[in-house]
Every structure is written in structure tokens, then in C-alpha cells.
Design a protein around this ligand. Structure first.
Ligand SMILES: NC(=O)c1ccc[n+]([C@@H]2O[C@H](COP(=O)([O-])OP(=O)(O)OC[C@H]3O[C@@H](n4cnc5c(N)ncnc54)[C@H](OP(=O)(O)O)[C@@H]3O)[C@@H](O)[C@H]2O)c1
Length: 230
């Protein structure tokens, strides 16, 4: 029997992690959402081994409260943490193309706060429990857009703040790995591929943005046909 915490579990890839992990009734899955009352797809799963907790990854206090709740159920242990919560604002500008300096700074800091600092707050909140767990595994969702070689080869010029914040996650993961490998921990940054969730562009420019991303992906992966369905 293993215990899992998944952040950003209300929809998209996080919801799919919870769905698949909780299919094994021996697992206990703690699904972290910002708002329980709007997490309807999660509640529709209606499985007794899913425990839904509220936390915002930009607010360390709420994550510590969630960790206390997990601890009460598991006796102070956790096996796996999946840092899945993330965001992008789809600004539609290149790194030098924002209309104002303020708009650029806002987008950079906003992405960094959720995507990078959020992973640090979440990992720090659950580390004391993970140390008592058996698996000692922490998976954080990064992105191919954070890869320097892929960025240059595919010529993806959009989503600068998102890409930078996800590249920073890779270093966050390396820092934890360096510190905790001697204690048997595995820290991993993964990219799920391009998945059709609310993360992908949906605004008026969505078709153009998706076309641009698909063309860029095809430059480095000629077999690429488009995003997976969530
Ligand atoms: N989809 C892709 O193609 C793709 C590619 C590479 C990497 N990823 C990464 O995969 C992860 C999951 O993305 P997704 O595609 O499933 O996107 P999604 O459908 O938009 O889901 C993102 C989840 O993160 C949650 N979230 C956002 N800000 C949060 C905060 N401050 N505190 C707590 N939760 C927060 C959202 O909560 P609400 O439900 O409350 O909005 C939502 O449940 C992200 O880290 C993303 O960057 C996705």
C-alpha cells in the first residue's frame, strides 16, 4: 500500500494521476485542489481511497495545513509527492515584445510564483512526511519548453515566462536531489508531452498559438501529430 499527494488535482493531468493511482484500492491518494466545491470531476470519482484537501501552492501555510491533515491519516508518512499544479497566462508575446516593462515583470513573477516557488513550498511542506515514507519519491511537472536545446532547435519564441519558470524547476529538483540522495530519495522533473488540457491556449488566438506550438514540436520530433487528449 502506497500513499500519494497530487497537487493541482481538480482537472487535467493532475485529475488523471489521481484517477489512475486510486484505481488500485490499496493506494491512498490525497488530491490537493484550490477549491473543493468546484472540483466536480474529482468528487464524481467518488472513491473512498481519495481524500480531497484544499491548498494553494503560492501559499505555504495552506500546504503545511494540508500536510498536517495527511499526517493524521497516514501516521506521519507519505510515499510519493507529485508536484503537478502549474499555470501559464498565454501572454502571446515574445520575451522582448511585451507592451510594457510592467506587463513583462508581472508575467515573469506570476509564473515564477506558482510554477517554481510553488514546487518549493509544496516539497518543503511534505518532506518531513516523505522522510518517514518507504518510496521517498518526488515528481515535479516541468516542460519540454524548459529545455534549452529544444527551445533553440524548435525556435519556440512564445511563452517566455512559463518556459523560464519551468527551467527553474529543473534546478529546484537538482538541488533537492543533491541534498537528499544519501537518504534514498529520488527527485524527478518530467514533461508529460503536449496534452490537450486547459493549459493549452483557448483564447481568440488559440488556433494560431496551437499551430505555432505544433509546428515547433514537429521541428524536433518529425512524427509529432498534435496534442494528446487529456
Ligand atoms: N498540458 C500540457 O501540454 C503540458 C505540457 C508540459 C507540462 N505541463 C504541466 O503539467 C501540469 C498540469 O497541467 P495541465 O495541463 O493538467 O493543466 P490544467 O488542466 O490547467 O491544470 C492545472 C492545475 O493546476 C492547478 N493550479 C494552478 N495554480 C495553482 C495554485 N496556485 N495552487 C494550487 N493549484 C494550482 C489548477 O487548479 P484549478 O483547477 O483551481 O484551476 C489545475 O488543477 C502543469 O504543471 C503544467 O505546466 C502540461
Amino acid at each position: 500500500m502506497s500513499s500519494y499527494v497530487v497537487t493541482g488535482a481538480a482537472k487535467g493531468i493532475g485529475l488523471e494521476f489521481v484517477t489512475q493511482l486510486s484505481a488500485n484500492s490499496a493506494n491512498t491518494v490525497f488530491a490537493i485542489v484550490r477549491n473543493k466545491s468546484t472540483a466536480t470531476q474529482l468528487s464524481a470519482l467518488s472513491r473512498t481511497n481519495i481524500i480531497v484537501l484544499e491548498a494553494d501552492v503560492t501559499d505555504a501555510k495552506t500546504l503545511k495545513r494540508a500536510a498536517t491533515e495527511v499526517s493524521k491519516t497516514t501516521g506521519g508518512k507519505l510515499d510519493y509527492l507529485i508536484n503537478n499544479a502549474g499555470k501559464t497566462n498565454h501572454p502571446g508575446f515574445t520575451i522582448d515584445g511585451f507592451p510594457t516593462t510592467e506587463a513583462l515583470e508581472h508575467d515573469l513573477l506570476d509564473n515564477f510564483k506558482t510554477n517554481t516557488i510553488g514546487v518549493i513550498h509544496s516539497t518543503n511542506a511534505f518532506l518531513p512526511l516523505l522522510k518517514n515514507g518507504v518510496a521517498k519519491k518526488v515528481v515535479s511537472l516541468s516542460s519540454a519548453l524548459a529545455d534549452t536545446d529544444i527551445t533553440v532547435a524548435s525556435q519556440v519564441v512564445g511563452e517566455p515566462s512559463y518556459a523560464i519558470s519551468k527551467a527553474a524547476i529543473n534546478m529546484v529538483v537538482a538541488k533537492y536531489a543533491a541534498q537528499y540522495m544519501a537518504e534514498g530519495f529520488t527527485f524527478l522533473a518530467i514533461c508529460p508531452g503536449m496534452v490537450k488540457t486547459s493549459m493549452l491556449p483557448t483564447g481568440p488566438d488559440a488556433v494560431e498559438e496551437l499551430k505555432m506550438l505544433t509546428e515547433a514540436a514537429a521541428r524536433v520530433a518529425p512524427d509529432f501529430k498534435g496534442p494528446h487528449l487529456a
